[in-house]
Structures are given as C-alpha cells and as structure tokens.
Design a protein around this ligand. Structure first.
Ligand SMILES: [Zn+2]
Ligand SMILES: [Zn+2]
Length: 201
C-alpha cells in the first residue's frame, strides 16, 4: 500500500472523483486511487498493510473461492452472513462506477424528476445502492437478490420517468445505454439472475 503523490497514479478518487485533503490510497497494480471510505468495500480500520490490490484488480475467480461461514439469512446484512457474495457485490458495484466508461451509470438519474413527479424527493440512483452496500446506510442489503432489485428499481424509475417526458430523449438514450452495460455485467457476474431484468426496458 502506498499513499498518493506517486507520479503514475491518478490524482482523483475513482469513486467520488474528488482529490480532497484526506489520505488517498493507491493501488499497487493499477493507476486507480481511492479514499479509504470510498473504496468498495471501505476500509474502516485504517489502510491495508503491504502491497495492496484494489477491487478493480481483484479477479472474480479469487472471490469465487472464498468459503462463506453462513448461508444468507433474511434480515441480516450480507457482509456478515456471506463474505463471498458481499465481496462479489462490491466488485460488481465498482464496475458500475468505473471511469472512464461511457456511458457511466452514476448519471442514470432522472433530471427534472424532483421538480415534477418526485414532490421534491430525490430519485433512486447509483449512490443510494452504493451507500446501502458499503454500510453507511442503516439498511444494508440482506441478500444478492435485494442488491440486484435496487438496480432494477433505479432503471425502472428512470425509464418510466423519461418515457413520459419527451424533452428528456437524450437522458432516455443515455439510461438505455447504461442498462445495456448493466446487463452485460449481470451476464458476467449473476447470469442466474439475468431473466429478472427482461421486463425492465
Ligand atoms: Zn473518494
Ligand atoms: Zn487496482
């Protein structure tokens, strides 16, 4: 593990896109850097020791080998019951945040939603899912299904809103591209759940 100011690493945290005053953690295997609290999963007890590989660089096959202590149990956070499923969800989430990636899923956000049908409420978007997964939220995901359902909700909300608002045609196109990208990630990570998204768009 090394901290920033190393020439070959990026200047901004890959998740929040901010440089910030706080120490930034640099991956030893790629140019990506992260705040301790932004990496997925976050580092709550200080930086990791020795050479450190970020979750972009961790191979899915490595995570697949983790033996979990308990089966998923309804009501308990995934992080406590099934480490393998939790870390895989974290890696999936990282892929959703990946920059540069066009289209980027962080902006599937119905613009104009709050002012029109949202009654001032924010629409459901990627950061909510991220916060629930990284446990900064009081309602962490109890299962892989609930994690994936959150994406389903985000896309359905965006499509429903945009389709009813012709002035947001560009946003609809962007959301559609993001959804294609999302489906390709589901194919890769959760092929057994792919059919659950057939009716979304
Ligand atoms: Zn950050
Ligand atoms: Zn890396």
């Amino acid at each position: 593990m090394k901290f920033t100011n190393v020439d070959d690493n990026e200047d901004y945290c890959s998740i929040c896109l901010d440089g910030g005053e706080e120490h930034i953690l640099c991956c030893d295997f790629c140019p990506k850097v992260f705040h301790l609290s932004c990496h997925i999963p976050p580092f709550k007890n200080g930086p990791p020791e020795g050479n450190w590989e970020c979750n972009y660089c961790t191979k899915k096959e490595q995570i697949d080998k983790i033996i979990s202590k308990f089966p998923e149990e309804e009501g308990l956070p995934l992080v406590e019951t099934n480490q393998r499923h939790y870390l895989l969800a974290c890696k999936f989430m990282m892929e959703c945040y990946k920059i540069p990636q066009i289209p980027t899923m962080r902006w599937v956000f119905p613009c104009g939603y709050m002012e029109t049908i949202g009654n001032g409420k924010m629409p459901y978007h990627l950061k909510y899912i991220y916060l629930r997964l990284s446990q900064a939220d009081p309602k962490p995901f109890p299962s892989v299904i609930t994690f994936l359902q959150a994406f389903r909700k985000m896309f359905i909300q965006a499509f429903t809103f945009y389709k009813g608002s012709p002035q947001y045609k560009n946003c609809l196109d962007h959301a559609s591209e993001c959804f294609e990208k999302f489906l390709s990630l589901v194919d890769q990570y959760y092929p057994e759940h792919r059919a659950e998204f057939n009716d979304v768009h």
